[in-house]
Write a protein of this length. Structure first.
Length: 157
């Protein structure tokens, strides 16, 4: 199911499950994905968020109080909003690659944490998008940053 995801994006997806379980959530919600992006290793998405002043601590303060943790034996599914974020992330990866290829820069065909961030921003009615909006992170700003960093990464390779 996650064949197109980069290693760092798969790590973000795993972390989002851990966040949901640790907070006692019956679903992996968009705020869990956002926390996971922030907790992940260095990548474009984390850089964008840090520049905007979005931190783990700030996000945790805006989230509901955690409930008792959910055991690992219990399945925690994706919320409908999070499922849409994953779909949007795939579309954003294709969009980014199309723009890079149009500029004659070769790019790999992957979905990275940066695309997950863009997907979070596209799911405008979800909690994560509201938090990002309060910090001034917009889809246009994030797309420009992703495209710029992807171009410089492709040129240097």
């Amino acid at each position: 199911m996650f064949e197109r995801y980069s290693k760092s994006a798969v790590r973000v997806l795993r972390l989002s499950l851990e966040e949901a379980r640790a907070r006692g959530s019956a679903f992996i919600r968009t705020e869990h994905l956002l926390l996971a992006v922030l907790r992940g290793n260095d990548h474009i998405a984390k850089t964008i968020l840090e520049r905007a002043g979005v931190s783990v601590e700030a996000l945790e303060q805006e989230m509901a109080e955690p409930q008792p943790p959910i055991p690992e034996s219990v399945d925690v599914p994706w919320s409908s909003e999070s499922k849409r974020v994953l779909q949007y992330a795939a579309a954003e990866a294709e969009r980014s690659q199309g723009r890079l290829l149009a500029d004659y820069i070769l790019a790999d065909d992957h979905i990275g944490p940066e695309h997950l961030l863009l997907g979070l921003l596209r799911e405008t009615d979800a909690a994560a998008a509201a938090v990002l909006g309060r910090h001034g992170v917009t889809i246009d700003l994030a797309r420009d940053e992703v495209l710029g960093q992807s171009r410089s990464r492709s040129v240097s390779e």
